[in-house]
Structures are given as C-alpha cells and as structure tokens.
Design a protein around this ligand. Structure first.
Ligand code: ATP
Ligand code: MG
Length: 184
C-alpha cells in the first residue's frame, strides 16, 4: 500500500482549517483517525484549550501510540467567565509553541496538528514570524494542520490546502447549548 504510505512521507502539506462555521477541529481529528489507520505517527498540540472534558482527549487515548496529545492552553479567552490576565494566556501559548518546535525537532511525526493555533496568532499570543520560522525548519515529509478561526493571511499564503468552514446554520443560534459528543 505503499503508494499512499510513501507519498505521505515524500512531501508534507501545510493544511489550514479556518472560518466561523463548526467543524475545524473535527476535520483535523478525522484526518488523525484516517492517518492512524495507515500507521502514521501523529502529534496534536492544543493551543488555547485547557484540560477539560473534551471527549476527543479520551477517544484519542485509544489510538495511542499512533496519536499523542498535549493540551497546553489556559482556556477560553475573555468568554465563559475567563478573567485571567492576557499575560497568562500568552505564557501558555508560548509554551505550546515551544512544544510545537520540539515536536518538529524530534523528527518522529508524520503529521502534527496545531489545534486553535490560528486563534493564538490572531489574538497576538504568539507571533506569525515565530510560526513562519517553525515552518521553515520543518522536515520536508512532515504534514502540519493549523486549525482555528481567523487564520492570518501569511499562513493562508504559506499553506497548500486551506478550507474555510462557513456557517450556514448552528444550533447555538436557536439557543441549543454545546452537546457532549457533538461539540466536546
Ligand atoms: P468543532 O470542535 O466542533 O469541530 P470548531 O473547531 O470548528 O468546532 P471552534 O471555533 O474551535 O470550532 O469553536 C469551539 C467550540 O465552539 C466548539 O465547542 C464548537 O462546537 C463551538 N462552535 C463552533 N462553531 C460555532 C458557532 N458557529 N456558533 C457557536 N458555537 C460554535
Ligand atoms: Mg476548534
């Protein structure tokens, strides 16, 4: 099956899932499941999100050791009762970025998912220049997926695949709150 297996090793893609509609993180997780099925090694680094009852954290454990996850954010920013100083969010995002750099340097992954990193960049928690530097240093075979709203233009420019989730309808508009298994 080596056609697919070898092509994933030959040339890595920069993938961006952005937009205001739902499905960005879900798309990245779907890609993980598919790639794990081919024995690829996948690392997920979550920006912004903190260790909460996200179903995927438990679900992904069942796909270990193909997939490992590091959840490194300090939680939602400015919503859901957050009153942490921005500096604290910046510190967490800086740590997550260092983890991303280390993951690239480790040379052990076929795919890295940087979940919600677009939000971290657009809120100024980390700098786009740091991200471009990281891309410059990546091994040729490595695929990287960037998720989150408001992907910066420079990232879109650097990417090979960009999908914008467009909101047509969302249950939230009808007052239906986030659901276990669907939203988290
Ligand atoms: P998901 O994790 O479900 O794939 P997402 O990654 O596209 O969603 P984010 O922008 O990361 O969406 O949003 C985080 C949370 O907000 C998720 O729980 C998601 O279900 C919810 N959400 C996503 N889109 C919307 C929306 N248009 N209105 C309200 N809530 C949303
Ligand atoms: Mg998301």
């Amino acid at each position: 099956m080596s056609k697919n297996d070898s092509s994933i090793k030959e040339e890595g893609l920069i993938i961006v899932y952005t937009g205001n509609g739902k499905g960005k993180t879900t798309a990245a997780l779907g890609l993980c499941v598919r790639a794990a099925g081919h024995g690829n090694k996948i690392g997920i680094i979550q920006f912004i999100k903190s260790d909460w009852e996200y179903g995927e954290l438990k679900g992904l454990k069942q796909l270990s050791p193909e997939i490992d996850v590091q959840t490194m954010g300090a939680g939602c920013i400015g919503i859901m009762g957050d009153n942490k100083p921005l500096e604290e969010h910046k510190k967490s995002a800086g740590k997550a970025l260092n983890a991303a750099i280390r993951a690239i340097e480790s040379n052990k992954y076929d795919i890295l998912i940087f979940d919600e990193i677009n939000v971290a960049i657009s809120l100024g928690l980390i700098k786009m220049d740091q991200v471009l530097e990281l891309l410059k240093n990546k091994q040729a075979h490595l695929n990287i997926v960037f998720t989150g709203r408001n992907a910066p233009d420079e990232l879109i420019e650097a990417a090979d695949l960009v999908t914008e989730m467009k909101e047509i309808k969302h249950p939230f508009q009808k007052g239906i709150p986030a659901r276990k298994g669907i939203d988290f």
